[in-house]
Design a binder for this molecule. Sequence first.
Ligand code: ATP
Ligand code: MG
Length: 585
Amino acid sequence: MRTAIIEKRPRASDPSPNLTAAEAASFRYDRAARDFQGLPDGKGLNIAFEAIDRHAAGPLAETDALRWLGLHGEEEVYTYRMLRAWSNRFANVLKGLGVTPGERVFALMPRLPELYIATFGILKARCVFSPLFSAFGPEPIQARMALGQGTVLLTTPRLYKTKVAAIRKRLPDLQHVILVGRGHQSAEIPGTLDFASLVNEASDDYEIGPTPPETMALLHFTSGTTGTPKGAVHVHDAALHHYVTGKYALDLHPRDIFWCTADPGWVTGTTYGIISPFLNGVTSVVDVAEFDADRWYRILHDEQVSVWYTAPTAIRMLMKAGAEKAREYTFPHLRFIASVGEPLNPEAVHWGTAHLGLPIHDNWWQTETGGIMIANTAAMDVKPGSMGKPLPAIEAAVVRREGGRIVPIEEPEVEGELAIRTGWPSMFRDYLNQPERYAACFADGWYLSGDLAKRDADGYFWFVGRGDDVIKSAGHLIGPFEVESVLIEHPAVAEAAVIGLPDEVAGERVKAFVALNPGIVIDDDLRKSLRGHARKRLGAAVAPRDIDILAQLPKTRSGKIMRRLLKARELGLPEGDTSTLEAES
Ligand code: ATP
Ligand code: MG
């Protein structure tokens, strides 16, 4: 499994991949920054100016920036010039309401064009944008807005009535609620303002005030996979990293048709669903709907998507929907596919090659890193199951903690904690109101990610597991990812999660949970076949002793398997923070 390589074989019609060896060798952020304009008169660096206004005043002004797909075939298109005007209007709305720079503006919104317009208006006003997932219930909304002291909330009349109205009394900082009604009578709800009326009355001229690069821009809550979500603070300087990673890790070229399937409630949906595409001058496709295999294949085909950024859970759902479905469509325009959020099983990478015509390029990063750190780029061969190599100017290492010191492990194939040398522009600047927790992430000039990894002799990094998830059994260190990847190679298995349970003899024993492909009959033969497959591939010491079959695995709303929940349930312990748990049916 670990030696396979998929060699880079571009089609003649493809543009040459970004990040040639020469580009990689000479990369420096200050050189990349020359592609930016900076605010007039040296007033600093503003994400919205570089993403929108710079293009609106240049050759891409009339290029489609945002192509929005509604539920029933509606489509709305905004050029860079139009986005400049609309975001200026929203910045003027905030100013008119007396909202001042630094104030936190939350969005609890479906993927509607107004969300994208508002984000850039918020950044122009030098307020802080904090997205919430629209499927959150009242409690997670209240907790995050209270922590962030949000003064403005952008939402819809429906979400307001069902989730916010009842908690409004518990949000003393909240001054203004702006409703995106899209023609429905939002103005009728007392204590709220109507987005459409406000922007229609606002001027489309706006001058962005001074924005030193360290100005706070984004407040992002982590996925809550391992515990209570943390509020990671990011600054305008992050734009530089958002730009170069879009270019190098996702291979974005101006005018590409790009589709990022992540919801902006999560960092991927903001960095690569809102900011990075526009910094790179592409046409960004935004679909309001949730996952549906036919719809997704149709979008890839009909919209002529050239670069697609998605997640392992989505790929596994497409796999579950079956190869026949994929065969109904062709994807002649698709040039590059990338995935993030969870380890991407080798099986999924190969499935991409077989059914979408391209391997899927895994990359690794976190809410805290603000952008991609390690990637299989378009310019390199893909090693299925590997996260790839560090991007230019990113120094990543597998390290060991020795007292207060951090020691990089030089030998290949040795497991340790994945660490990044501090100083890249999109590094988080704080965990809001948790300075000790923030400080604990750093030592000796390194940021410690909490994930375990290995590096191979070619410099590729391999994910082993989250620090908390790694299993120690009879002297072996077992990474759940490796066991899960083997389990999903079994033809009956769609998804797998592996945990360690206390064991008197071995210290810990491996337990697996699987969800099956449709139409599989659950009987003793199946159970025997699953156990046999695991034992044959992994050996008796590593293979799970028990394999439970579940209808579905518990996941965060960003699609991450919540192993800690499976473990808590197994041990009869409290489930802890489940605010980001996707509804289990
Ligand atoms: P919390 O920190 O609240 O527990 P979280 O870590 O899941 O939540 P995110 O910042 O959204 O929140 O996710 C980052 C984590 O996702 C990484 O630390 C890693 O464990 C996992 N991850 C992301 N990309 C990959 C990848 N390509 N391969 C393996 N794991 C990945
Ligand atoms: Mg985390």
